[in-house]
Design a protein around this ligand. Structure first.
Ligand SMILES: *[C@@H]1O[C@H](CO)[C@@H](O)[C@H](O)[C@H]1NC(C)=O
Ligand SMILES: *[C@@H]1O[C@H](CO)[C@@H](O)[C@H](O)[C@H]1NC(C)=O
Ligand SMILES: *[C@@H]1O[C@H](CO)[C@@H](O)[C@H](O)[C@H]1NC(C)=O
Ligand SMILES: *[C@@H]1O[C@H](CO)[C@@H](O)[C@H](O)[C@H]1NC(C)=O
Ligand SMILES: *[C@@H]1O[C@H](CO)[C@@H](O)[C@H](O)[C@H]1NC(C)=O
Ligand SMILES: *[C@@H]1O[C@H](CO)[C@@H](O)[C@H](O)[C@H]1NC(C)=O
Ligand SMILES: *[C@@H]1O[C@H](CO)[C@@H](O)[C@H](O)[C@H]1NC(C)=O
Ligand SMILES: *[C@@H]1O[C@H](CO)[C@@H](O)[C@H](O)[C@H]1NC(C)=O
Length: 763
């Protein structure tokens, strides 16, 4: 769901999006965000209408924990439960799907009242409504220091990446299986509709209620683009001469080009339903994927119970099978508390910029040049066109005056007046129809524009600052025949990179405030990767541009970078647990600058991924299933409910005095009141993963005027692989600002095992 831009799925969606745009189409990126938030409201409104006055029947997920011992009776049992709750109204079709391969759950059509009764039944852990989610290269790999010629493990081709998304375009060069051997023996997956090869070894689609949109291709084939883009970012082959109409030219490549891909498609033109996403997890875990990549998430900030969150449930059962799930942080930034991925067993990935920056030059007839932002693929060969201000071209016969036409609203422009000209608008048009005869258009006023690919239209276009807009208006006022040229987008360098994109969701973690989220940052801005050859490169109606590669932005693009880094680590250490891989990625991440992101760790977690370093982290913070279960006890889940998700012996009473922040994570977060002194202790255990003897010293970086941090013991000695040592971190002080950053690094001269520490305040 986390592709941030002005578009997403099929034409239906585009239409809706244009309508919403109109009510908002104003000025800054904030309107983009509001648009996203509003979209979900409008959307649920449409559904409401469709159902009329009767008690609304919706799809609910009934979650019952670990997979049933006897798979074949699970469905009968589920049917029985449905029968009990529906009574006289029972019809077998109400049970949409039984999940029984990797966990125990079912999807069922119920009224709210029936759902409440279902929640009371024996064995039920949670009941929650199925919702619609949305999706949120390859300079990016080089930028993070992961060049094409890195050492690769011979086991890389045994690693199977499960991608839960919009499917795949199998004919893309990125998925050619030339040189691949047959799939690893352990693999149980298969392909529906499309023929598997030795690169794409699994492909399945999911639609538990059987309803499809008119533009859906009923197969794992991706007609939308997002799935193909994500899969090729993780594990696409090297493809020379990639590019989007000459932009982003070069070799496209996935992070682990030898790894295998298995796609699970729960996403359709109307979005991705919870019930289908859960089915994808159920199947992928059972098939035997090694890492899961899930660039999807909630459309608005909700803080459900962890076991009412399809991504947390799916990732939990994946973790039990040794599978790390990489998820996108969300695209609801830049405000705080906008994360949509919370589970401590998942890797939550923020989107950062790379040093490749796209800009679009705009030149007035008087020679003055402005640097605009957009992804303009049209080359007009520097030709100038007459310039007109939208406020000066109202559709008077249609009853519009300049206060409407300046916003370039639907129908508000006089087509005859704008024909063949470049139009300066004060707002993004909600519909390009009245601009169809124009030579191009400019928008003055967006100021947060760190992702050029958010602005892709089927005619020449650039976004300018408000100040530049005023200069252009003044030029218009004083010039009899004003003209302007919009150049094709140009690739430049951004020496400030990396920083976290404004759209990337920020922490803190709203469910467990003392656990840091996001975990890590990875490239997610203007990323080029494979695209289906039938899918236009933007979703704006009328766009007919096709390309085998596309450049898009979102935490959806960051997630597959982190997935590939995790797969790279796994290829060297096949037996490492999901937590150990996550720890390796976090403790070796490159610290990022709070000067560029005032939200600091709450924006970038441990920092930017560094796959090469992550292969040799020195020490790891490991977490077992029973540690997570203890954590869940601390979160208020009781023995009864936990017994059904784990085989471990659970005694929540015994551990009720432990704190949530004692979960053995490679990061430290504390929420504390501003101006109130505090003293808090964290307990941690590190595991040595290097064969040689080593002595690690604790190095703490802390703003001493605010905090003191004491690590005990401050020296840890190891002599064998697998040896564990425990320590405590005492943090004391008073914070007088919102966010205070510090860090703890265990250093043996070879390895620097760095953990971010963040104390953040509430009034
Ligand atoms: C690659 O592996 C070789 C042999 O193990 C090692 O000497 C070299 O330092 C490694 N290079 C990198 C970039 O890790
Ligand atoms: C894929 O297979 C399913 C089930 O056999 C079928 O209903 C569907 O039409 C097929 N899709 C395509 C595009 O052939
Ligand atoms: C002017 O507005 C009317 C009514 O909205 C619309 O039908 C017409 O197409 C518009 N005219 C132009 C030239 O855009
Ligand atoms: C434009 O029309 C609206 C009514 O549609 C009116 O309220 C407004 O004053 C008009 N603005 C100008 C500049 O004429
Ligand atoms: C352009 O002229 C209009 C009126 O003729 C005036 O209201 C406006 O402020 C002028 N804009 C600039 C930028 O000079
Ligand atoms: C455990 O939690 C469930 C659901 O929250 C609740 O219904 C049940 O009463 C609890 N059991 C105990 C022993 O507290
Ligand atoms: C938890 O701590 C309180 C006070 O420190 C103590 O009275 C209580 O017995 C402890 N509970 C358990 C289960 O250890
Ligand atoms: C922190 O602030 C909250 C809300 O204002 C208050 O309830 C709580 O008691 C405070 N904690 C301390 C330690 O002062």
């Amino acid at each position: 769901m986390h592709e941030t831009h002005i578009k997403t799925s099929g034409p239906q969606y585009t239409e809706t999006h244009f309508k919403i745009y109109r009510s908002f189409g104003n000025l800054n990126m904030f309107s983009l965000r509001s648009w996203r938030l509003l979209f979900s409201l409008v959307f649920s409104f449409l559904i409401l209408q469709a159902h009329g006055h009767d008690p609304k029947i919706e799809t609910y997920i009934v979650y019952m924990g670990d997979h049933p011992k006897e798979m074949h009776v699970a469905e009968l049992h589920h049917m029985n439960m449905v029968q009990k709750v529906l009574g006289r109204n029972f019809a077998p079709e109400a049970l949409l799907h039984s999940y029984k391969k990797s966990f125990n759950a079912f999807a069922v059509r119920l009224t709210q009242e029936q759902a409440e009764r279902m929640a009371e039944m024996d064995g039920v852990i949670s009941v929650f409504q199925s919702k619609t989610h949305k999706p949120q290269t390859t300079r990016s790999w080089d930028f993070i220091g992961f060049p094409r010629k890195v050492n690769r493990s011979s086991l890389e081709s045994d690693v199977i990446i499960g991608v839960i998304d919009y499917g795949i375009w199998p004919e893309s060069d990125s998925f050619n299986d030339h040189g691949f051997s047959s799939p690893p023996k352990k693999w149980k997956g298969s392909c529906q509709n499309i023929t598997c090869n030795n690169k794409i070894i699994g492909a399945k689609y999911f639609r538990v209620d059987g309803s499809f949109g008119k533009d859906d291709i009923i197969s794992p084939r991706d007609s939308y683009g997002h799935g193909t883009h994500c899969a090729s970012t993780v594990a696409g082959n090297w493809v020379n001469s990639a590019g989007l109409f000459g932009l982003g030219k070069g070799t496209a490549r996935g992070g682990v080009p030898s790894a295998r891909i298995a796609v699970y498609k729960p996403c359709w033109s109307l979005g991705c339903e919870t019930a289908d996403i859960l089915a994808a997890f159920d199947e992928a875990i059972f098939d035997g994927v090694d890492i899961l990549s899930v660039s999807l998430g909630a459309q608005s900030v909700v803080h459900p119970d962890l076991f009412q969150d399809v991504f947390a449930i799916g990732a939990f059962h994946a973790m039990k099978k040794g599978i790390l799930t990489s998820t996108s942080a969300g695209n609801l930034g830049s405000e705080l508390s906008t994360m949509t991925s919370f589970a401590p067993w998942s890797l939550s990935v923020a989107a950062s910029t790379i040093d490749r920056k796209y800009s679009t030059k705009v030149q007035l007839g008087n020679g003055r040049v402005f640097e605009g932002v957009s992804m303009n693929t049209f080359d007009l060969h520097h030709k100038t066109y007459p310039l007109i201000y939208s406020g000066d071209a109202p559709n008077i016969t249609g009853g519009f005056n300049s206060s409407r036409s300046r916003l370039c609203e639907q129908n508000s422009l006089d087509e005859a007046k704008v024909k063949g000209k470049i139009v300066l608008c004060d707002s993004l048009p909600n519909d390009l129809a009245s601009l169809s005869g124009a030579a191009g258009f400019l928008l003055a006023g967006f100021f947060e524009t760190d992702a050029a690919s958010l602005f892709r239209f089927p005619l020449p276009f650039a976004v300018l600052t408000l100040t530049d807009g005023i200069s252009i208006l003044s030029y218009l006022n004083f010039t009899s025949n004003p003209t302007v040229a919009i150049y094709k987008t140009n690739e430049g360098k951004d020496s400030l990179a990396p920083y976290v994109a404004s759209f990337s969701s920020r922490g803190p973690n709203m469910i467990t405030p003392n656990i840091l989220k996001p975990d890590i940052a990875a490239p997610g801005v203007d990323i080029i990767a494979a695209w289906p050859s039938i899918t236009p490169i933007s979703e704006v109606e009328g766009d007919k541009r096709l390309s085998k590669f596309n450049i898009i932005s979102g935490t959806s693009m960051a997630c597959p970078h982190a997935t590939a880094a995790a797969a790279y680590v796994k290829s060297f250490h096949p037996t490492w647990s999901p937590a150990a891989i996550k720890s390796a990625l976090m403790t070796t991440a490159t610290p990022m600058s709070p000067a560029l992101n005032p939200e600091a760790e709450l924006a970038y977690g441990a920092g930017q991924i560094n796959p090469i370093k992550a292969v040799s982290p020195g020490l790891v913070y490991d977490i077992s299933e029973s540690d997570y279960v203890r954590f869940l006890c601390g979160q208020g889940y009781n023995r009864t409910s936990l017994r059904s998700i784990t085989d471990e012996e659970v005694n929540c009473k015994k551990i009720e005095n432990e704190t949530v922040w004692d979960l053995n994570l490679p990061s430290f977060a504390l929420k504390r009141n501003i101006s109130v002194s505090f003293s808090s202790v964290f307990h941690r255990t590190v595991t040595n993963v290097v064969a040689t003897k080593s002595v690690y010293k604790a190095e703490v970086i802390v703003p001493r005027s605010l905090l003191t941090i004491q690590v005990t013991p401050s020296v840890l000695s190891f002599s064998s692989v697998g040896e564990k040592k425990s320590f405590t971190v005492l943090i004391e002080g008073t914070i007088n600002m919102e966010i205070v950053s510090a860090s703890l690094t265990w250093d043996d001269g070879n390895s620097q095992v760095r953990s971010p520490i963040v104390v953040y305040g509430t009034q």
